[in-house]
Ligand binder design. Structure first.
Ligand code: HEC
Length: 114
């Protein structure tokens, strides 16, 4: 038979741990940009058209390794190019992907880390 005080202490511990756990996994927390995050985003959102290896041309899109942050912001968020930039292709196949507005830094890291 478990003693009541032990049981109470045990339950308090469980609830306290649960509380910490909830705080850690709270939704909508801003995530820090990272190389790993950029890689996952690239692999899930870009390689339908670009090559899995961003240094190579893909099925539809050109190689994108080394893209500047200005280019990524203009191309991904607005579907445009920075002023004076000479695009690698003259086509207009790629639509803007504005839902990635918080991920530009991660994508930039992935496309600029040797
Ligand atoms: C629907 C296919 C498609 C998807 C998805 C796509 N792209 Fe593109 N992308 C293209 C094509 C095609 C071009 C060439 C210009 C055009 O036709 O729009 C391009 C051009 C670009 C350029 C400009 C290259 C240059 O220097 O001229 C960048 C940078 C780029 N894409 C990055 C990305 C990233 C990063 C993602 C994922 C977040 C992505 N694209 C998703 C098809 C796509």
């Amino acid at each position: 038979m478990i003693q009541k005080p032990y049981l109470v202490t045990f339950l308090i511990c469980i609830f306290t741990l649960q509380g910490f756990n909830c705080q850690k996994t709270e939704k909508n927390q801003p995530t820090l940009p990272s190389l790993a995050r950029g890689r996952v985003i690239y692999q899930t959102q870009c390689i339908a058209c670009h090559n899995a290896n961003p240094r190579q041309p893909g099925s539809l899109g050109p190689d994108v390794f080394g893209s500047t942050k200005d280019l990524l912001i203009a191309r991904i968020l607005k579907g445009e190019y920075p002023i004076g930039y000479q695009p690698k292709r003259k086509s207009h196949v790629m639509v803007a992907l504005p839902h990635l507005q918080n991920e530009i830094d991660s994508i930039y890291l992935f496309l600029n880390t040797p």
